[in-house]
Design a protein around this ligand. Structure first.
Ligand code: AMP
Ligand code: MN
Ligand code: MN
Ligand code: MN
Length: 289
């Protein structure tokens, strides 16, 4: 029987070069297997084009697998990420919603490049494109890689801090999907919606409460408690919030690249045993090798 315990080495948040990761889905599956992951999901930003390859690679490496995606949402003026797990990748409404969410990225990238050019960095759009694996998915991460490669910054974190966050020359405000739409696309496709890395958002306590309440009211079911984006203090805080809101707990590295990510696939503390794991609720959606 497939283990449903909180102790399972599940990694349900990772990125390939189908969005802003650097590895192919096949290389990610191999790395997950080598790191002892027992259940894996590829959750590319706003995109499911890598799902068939991820499923095949998971099977080839003897890994249990769930479908996945990470949807960009605008809530209370901030960008929030919602992870969908265990949905039908062939669902037409989900595919249309993701396509609509992706559609503004190219225009935004051109505007980002214009801002960077004014700050004395020409050619950033073409530069970022060199790192893009999927032309529909140009992201800030690709600009960050270009600015590191050309020696403008030492690492991608410095690029975000100096150029790509609110108030900085390469930052362009953008309206993503609505929270309710993203949750409904996921649940309508038979999947389970999860609030990604809540500890990363710059919300007041009131805004955060509103996010959790509205997410739950729309049919959202889970929250990432153990993620590469959280500090240990966040683990306890969001385990408590999961209990308070009756949400399931999720776990994922948010791995993007061997060079850039500080948390590798599967290399995370276990989900706190007092939480019910998301993989228990969608055990019937897991594709076993
Ligand atoms: P985008 O969807 O184009 O706005 O890009 C968001 C992505 O940028 C996130 O998914 C992360 O991969 C990356 N990112 C955001 N903030 C940072 C940061 N401070 N340092 C490095 N990468 C970041
Ligand atoms: Mn990313
Ligand atoms: Mn994210
Ligand atoms: Mn992510």
């Amino acid at each position: 029987m497939f283990a449903t315990s909180a102790a399972l080495n599940a990694d349900l948040h990772s990125h390939s070069n189908v969005s802003d990761g650097t590895l192919e889905p096949e290389a990610l599956a191999a790395r997950a297997q080598a790191n002892g992951v027992q259940l894996w999901a590829l959750t590319d930003h706003d995109e499911i084009a890598g799902q068939a390859r991820a499923a095949a690679a998971a099977a080839a490496h003897g890994l249990a697998w769930l479908s996945g995606a990470e949807i960009s949402v605008t809530f209370a003026g901030e960008t929030v990420h919602i992870v969908g797990l265990g949905f039908d990748p062939a669902d037409a409404t989900l595919a249309r919603g993701l396509a609509a969410t992706r559609s503004g990225r190219d225009r935004r990238a051109l505007d980002m490049a214009a801002g960077l050019a004014e700050a004395g960095i020409p050619g950033a759009y073409e530069g970022a494109l060199q790192y893009v694996g999927n032309p529909d998915l140009i992201s800030r991460t690709h600009f960050a890689r270009f600015l590191v490669e050309t020696g403008v910054c030492h690492d991608t974190h410095e690029v975000f801090r100096r150029f790509l966050t609110q108030g900085k020359p390469g930052y362009v405000p953008h309206r993503w999907a609505a929270l309710g739409d993203a949750v409904h696309w996921i649940t309508g496709a038979g999947g389970l919606a999860v609030i990604a890395h809540p500890g990363r958002y710059k919300f007041t306590a009131t805004e955060e409460y509103a996010l959790f309440s509205e997410f739950k009211a729309h049919g959202g079911r889970g929250v990432e408690v153990i993620t590469g984006s959280h500090q240990p203090s966040d683990y306890a805080k969001y385990a408590d919030m999961a209990r308070e809101f009756g949400l399931l707990g999720s776990r994922g590295s948010d791995f993007h690249s061997p060079e850039e990510s500080h948390t590798d696939l599967g290399r995370l503390p276990p989900l706190p045993a007092r939480l019910t794991p998301v993989w228990e609720a969608i055990a019937d959606r897991v594709r076993r090798p």
